[in-house]
Design a protein around this ligand. Sequence first.
Ligand code: MG
Length: 148
Amino acid sequence: MIAYDIDGVLAEKPPAAIKAWGKMTGNERKERKQFLLAWYRDAQPLYQPTEPFTAISARKEEDAIHETTRLWFEQHYPNMLQHLILLPVSRSIENVVRFKSAAIELYEVTEFTEDNKKILKGLAQNNLSCKLWYWERGMTERLAYNLK
Ligand SMILES: [Mg+2]
């Protein structure tokens, strides 16, 4: 199974929030959620995989996000998405590394492409039997990621 991160790899990533989630008011959180949902619906596609893949992303696992993301894949990468795996817990580097490592093992992922070097470092430290690739917008080719 080949897998990719979504934001910053397959889809243009949303701009960071001005405030940390923990410091937002209820209304600010609601607005941020709506902004993200609209972004996920309209995001520009980036990296173009040549074979079917699984997407493993720290987008939040909620019905509206899952469905919007699934529809976006149908529109931009028709019949290419095998599984869509989104983060069921709060987003911290530690949680995301644990979540992506578990998904890589569960789905027997042999190649994973990611744009966040902190995540790549955490995945590499977990000694998964999966080739890790670094790619971000503007690069022509992926780079094999290895711990230095
Ligand atoms: Mg990313």
